[in-house]
Design a protein around this ligand. Structure first.
Ligand SMILES: Cc1cc2nc3c(=O)[nH]c(=O)nc-3n(C[C@H](O)[C@H](O)[C@H](O)COP(=O)(O)OP(=O)(O)OC[C@H]3O[C@@H](n4cnc5c(N)ncnc54)[C@H](O)[C@@H]3O)c2cc1C
Length: 501
């Protein structure tokens, strides 16, 4: 008997819903399956989520979209990393760039070699050996060069974009490939005797039947939580921020090729430069700060005039115990949320879609495949969680009760182990399913002043004079390459400037 799924219903038309619609339309082609998406303009979207990380390029390639067109239509800019201000201590700043530091030397990791020389005053700051870091500092941009011999092959990039334009862009893409959109509020979820979802009913009375339901309904989790009671793993003891005040403002001067994350008294503020405006938000902990105080700090730290009244968003850091139950797969905020410090939420939507396509079910919904999906997503969430906690915990700040709490809170054992291995001899080991690789951890560990006591003994087997020369060579080659790159603005003007309205 033909068990293939023919009717897919996506509940929600935020970033998650339209990413799923676009990906399914592309993967299955028009006609083979009906893909329907329900959204309610009255309920609306979360409306934030404007900074991404490099794997989004894989998603764009999968969709086959033209990057310049995409940047132009979303008022986008390029992102080479994140600048962290006041995290380690007040007045301190460091970069988490998207790319490698130097190159490994005879199978010894670059940061190990660098650490030995740097501890003797014989090497510059580690960021000088990283193309995107130097480019950020000089406000330059160029795309990755696929030739592995090129210095630019060591640079990765992502995007900043306008969240509502991104959803509109994906909607256009999906509808052009046969996805049907239904406007209206879902007021009833109908289930079969075995608990599987059969249909959703709109306020208009329209009934939409499906075989596979993708829950992209945002924080409420209309199907996964309100109907199937998945349960929530609450991580707020490690990720204490539970609110954000968000506001858009006029651009102030140059747009930087990086996001800025500035730590304040009880959280941090994002600054995301777009072509037509700047996105800002203060992510904070309501135990230590009121909404009014957060808004006042936010408005006092903008590049330009506020373009709207700030809005407050509430959340709890954590994830659904299961993102896939029966014939419902939750994506986006419906599946969990970790605050946007490392811009990982849109990536988690992408990861969910990719895994779902790899384990795409038949109507028999094999439980082993469902379990595998949940296991993979949980691992990915937990590894990202640890990386974000690191930023809060590894701080010298004790100037407010919030930072006192973060600096002294117990942390997950998996993270404690990782920090101690690094602290001893700079060692890092990659977990399966880990999004962030050695270079990401090195940037944040060193940036937050966790300096290894020693280095890998293999470094001592290498000729020191040759190492010094090699490091100088790398630094010089990076400097020459970045000098030859256009400014971020010039690159955009030449390739993907949005039309002025
Ligand atoms: C403060 C903050 C900052 C963020 N910053 C970033 C960032 O920089 N980078 C990043 O990657 N991510 C970020 N995120 C996360 C990102 O915004 C989300 O992951 C992304 O927008 C996906 O949201 P969503 O589509 O899951 O939910 P939503 O945008 O909330 O969409 C939910 C959809 O469901 C529909 N819906 C709900 N109930 C019903 C119903 N009953 N009937 C019909 N339709 C319904 C709504 O109409 C809407 O279309 C941030 C999130 C927050 C809260």
């Amino acid at each position: 008997m033909d068990q293939r799924i023919r009717k897919i219903v996506i509940v929600g038309g935020g970033t998650a819903g339209w990413m799923a619609a676009a990906a399914f339309a592309r993967a299955f082609g028009a006609g083979a399956r009906s893909i329907r998406l329900v959204e309610s303009e009255e309920i609306g979207r979360v409306g934030v989520g404007e900074a991404t990380i490099p794997p989004i390029n894989t998603f764009n390639s999968m969709l086959g979209i033209d990057e310049n067109d995409f940047v132009r239509k979303t008022q986008g800019t390029f992102k080479l990393g994140i600048e962290f201000v006041n995290w380690t201590r007040l007045g301190h700043r460091y970069l988490h760039p998207f790319g490698e530091f130097g190159i490994d030397i005879e199978a010894v990791k670059f940061h190990q070699v660098w650490h030995k020389l740097h501890s003797r005053g014989e090497a510059a700051d580690i960021s000088e050996y990283c193309v995107p870091a130097v480019a950020c500092r000089m406000n330059r941009f160029a795309r990755t060069d696929p030739d592995p011999r090129s210095v630019l092959s060591r640079l990765k990039y992502a995007f900043h974009f306008d969240a509502s334009l991104y959803a509109a862009y994906l909607r256009g893409y999906a509808e052009a490939r046969g996805v049907q959109r239904h406007e209206g509020e879902i007021v009833e979820v109908q289930r079969r005797a075995d608990g599987f979802i059969e249909a959703v009913k709109l306020a208009s009375g329209e009934r939409i039947e499906g075989e596979l339901f993708i829950d992209c309904s945002g924080f409420r989790g209309l199907l996964i939580e309100q109907t199937l009671a998945a349960g929530y793993e609450d991580w707020s003891r490690w990720l204490p921020c539970d609110r954000a005040a968000a506001v858009q403002c006029a651009s102030g001067g140059e747009f930087t090729p990086y996001t800025r994350a500035t730590a304040h008294k009880a959280g941090w503020q994002w600054r995301i430069p777009l072509q037509h405006r700047t996105g800002n938000g203060y992510v904070f902990c309501s135990r230590y700060l009121s909404d009014d105080e957060a808004i006042a700090t936010l408005l006092g730290n903008l590049d330009g005039q506020a373009l709207m009244d700030p809005k407050i968003l509430k959340f709890t850091g954590g994830m659904r115990r299961k993102a896939w139950i029966k014939n419902v797969v939750a994506l986006g905020l419906a599946s969990g949320f970790m605050e946007p410090l490392e811009s990982t939420s849109i990536h988690l939507v992408q990861a969910g879609i990719t895994r779902l396509l790899a384990l795409f079910p038949d109507r028999d919904f094999n439980q082993r495949e469902i379990d595998e999906y949940n296991k993979l997503m949980t691992s990915q969430y937990e590894r990202i969680r640890d990386f974000i906690i690191l930023h809060y915990h590894a701080t010298e700040r004790r100037d407010s009760p919030f930072w006192e709490y973060c600096g002294t809170m117990p942390i997950p054992e998996t993270l404690a182990h990782k920090i101690e291995l690094f602290r001893r001899r700079g060692r890092l080991f990659q977990h399966e399913y880990e999004l962030f690789v050695d270079a990401n951890w090195v940037a944040v560990l060193l940036g937050q002043n966790i300096v290894p006591e020693s280095w890998d003994p293999l470094v001592d087997a290498l000729d020191e004079r040759a190492l010094r020369q090699k490091l100088e060579q790398i630094r010089g080659a990076i400097r020459i390459t970045v000098d030859g790159m256009p400014t971020h603005r010039a690159f955009i003007d030449r390739n993907c400037a949005a039309q002025v309205n």
